[in-house]
Design a protein around this ligand. Structure first.
Ligand SMILES: Cc1cc2nc3c(=O)[nH]c(=O)nc-3n(C[C@H](O)[C@H](O)[C@H](O)COP(=O)(O)OP(=O)(O)OC[C@H]3O[C@@H](n4cnc5c(N)ncnc54)[C@H](O)[C@@H]3O)c2cc1C
Length: 387
């Protein structure tokens, strides 16, 4: 067993951290208020980080998930509001799905634009009737001539405004054989500019820099070439995408938690109360020790999940490890953000301290984005009790 990173991985992290601390970190407050600046997305594309898992023939790096996880950590370390990390992980996780299952012409039409930072790529699965039960979606895609006609509604979809304003779209799940349950779902690339799509924004608690919204499809037509992979296989592609995205989500939570913990440690080293530095109160020092230990545990678990993604992307064990990571990292990150806020007292509650921004962003991964906590437990327990 070897716990060290390769030279390539270490260099990648080092260079990315240097770039992000210079180009992204100073923007965090602005991103939370006004959104991710397009210029940043374009600039960062020179590093090849958008959809970095995509193959080289479409301009990607063909990067593995361990490298992509490192990027996810670093991006969230710099922008711990999580907005840029969400942008990154959607491109990487769903870019991987499109690259793996999409036709050559669809990959060539979409991925180069995502990689160059011109287009946004997301996923549209959740519907007003629920997100956890993916097989229960109701949006219909009906074949007509050489097109599919979509009718239905999606909700809580990340990046609706970015895809609308900048270009791009979502890998969208729709029923193509409503009687066949999860075996009757297909995946389509649906450009948000498609006629017949109405979008609206949902005001969220956090990660304000990236939009979340609804999409209603009223006879929205997409060419049959926008079908990803085979008809009625969309559920399986989506599960593959969710597994991969969960590792990146965990990476993002870990990166944000690391940045917030560092801020907290700096604070307790300086702040004096009752003529004593906060760090010298055992109540605080022990709490810091415990949080750091839990963070390290979450990190190791996630590296193992990412490592498995690169070796056995579709094994049950990999899916279980991804679920374990998604179950663990957001909770650790939440606890770190909460404790650091407490250590900082009133300052922690103010916008000046920036911690509350991270806190709000991390909560999105506790409540549901990329799968709710109980669904992670469902995946893990099913494997535990599988004969
Ligand atoms: C900020 C944000 C961004 C998002 N972005 C996207 C996106 O880009 N694309 C997209 O498709 N979706 C997106 N989502 C939606 C997300 O995928 C869903 O929130 C998630 O799948 C849960 O669905 P739900 O919110 O409808 O909750 P429900 O499915 O209604 O679940 C509600 C509660 O019930 C629990 N529960 C569910 N099933 C079980 C069970 N079997 N046993 C016990 N408890 C259970 C869940 O843990 C949860 O606590 C986003 C969500 C958020 C918060």
């Amino acid at each position: 067993m070897d716990f060290s990173f390769s030279e390539e991985e270490s260099l990648f992290r080092e260079n990315l951290r240097e770039f992000l601390q210079k180009e992204l970190r100073p923007l965090v407050g602005k991103i939370d208020r006004e959104g991710i600046p397009r210029e940043f997305v374009k600039k960062a594309s020179s590093l090849g980080i958008w959809a970095m898992t995509a193959s080289q023939d479409v301009g990607g790096q063909g990067a593995g998930f361990l490298l992509s996880t490192i990027a996810s950590e670093e991006i969230a370390r710099a922008d711990f509001s999580m907005a840029t990390a969400v942008y990154f992980l959607l491109e990487s996780g769903w870019g991987y799905v499109l690259d793996r299952y999409g036709s050559k012409s669809l990959r060539e039409a979409v991925l180069p634009k995502v990689i160059s930072g011109d287009w946004f790529l997301g996923v549209a699965s959740t519907e007003p009737t629920g997100g956890s039960d993916v097989a229960g979606i109701r949006t219909l895609a009906t074949r007509r001539d050489r097109k599919f006609v979509l009718n239905g509604q999606k909700i809580y979809i990340s990046g609706v405004l970015e895809a609308y304003n900048w270009g791009g779209g979502h890998l969208t799940l729709a029923k193509t054989n409503p009687e066949a349950g999860h075996r009757g779902i297909s995946m389509f690339f649906v450009p948000t500019s498609t006629q017949g799509i109405e979008i609206s924004k949902i005001e969220n608690m956090g990660r304000m820099g990236i939009s979340t919204g609804t999409m209603r499809y009223v006879n929205a037509e997409v060419p049959e070439g926008n079908l990803v992979g085979e008809l009625n296989r969309g559920f399986y592609y989506a599960m593959d995408g969710f597994n991969h995205a969960r590792v990146l989500v965990a990476g993002a939570c870990i990166g944000a938690a690391e940045a917030i913990l560092e801020m907290g440690l700096e604070y307790v080293k300086q702040r004096e109360v009752f003529s004593t530095k906060l760090k010298d109160f055992e109540a605080i020092a022990f709490e810091a020790a415990e949080l750091k230990t839990r963070l390290e545990m979450a990190k190791l678990l996630n590296y193992k999940a990412a490592w498995m993604m690169d070796r056995e992307p579709n094994s049950d064990e990999t899916a279980m490890l991804a679920a374990m990571s998604k179950l663990t990292a957001p909770q650790v990150a939440f606890d770190i953000a909460k404790s650091v806020m407490m250590w900082m007292g009133a300052y922690g509650y103010s916008k000046d301290a920036l911690v509350e921004m991270g806190f709000r962003g991390i909560v999105s991964y506790l409540v549901g984005a990329e799968g709710a906590m109980n669904v992670m437990k469902l995946i893990i327990s099913r494997r535990l009790f599988k004969d």
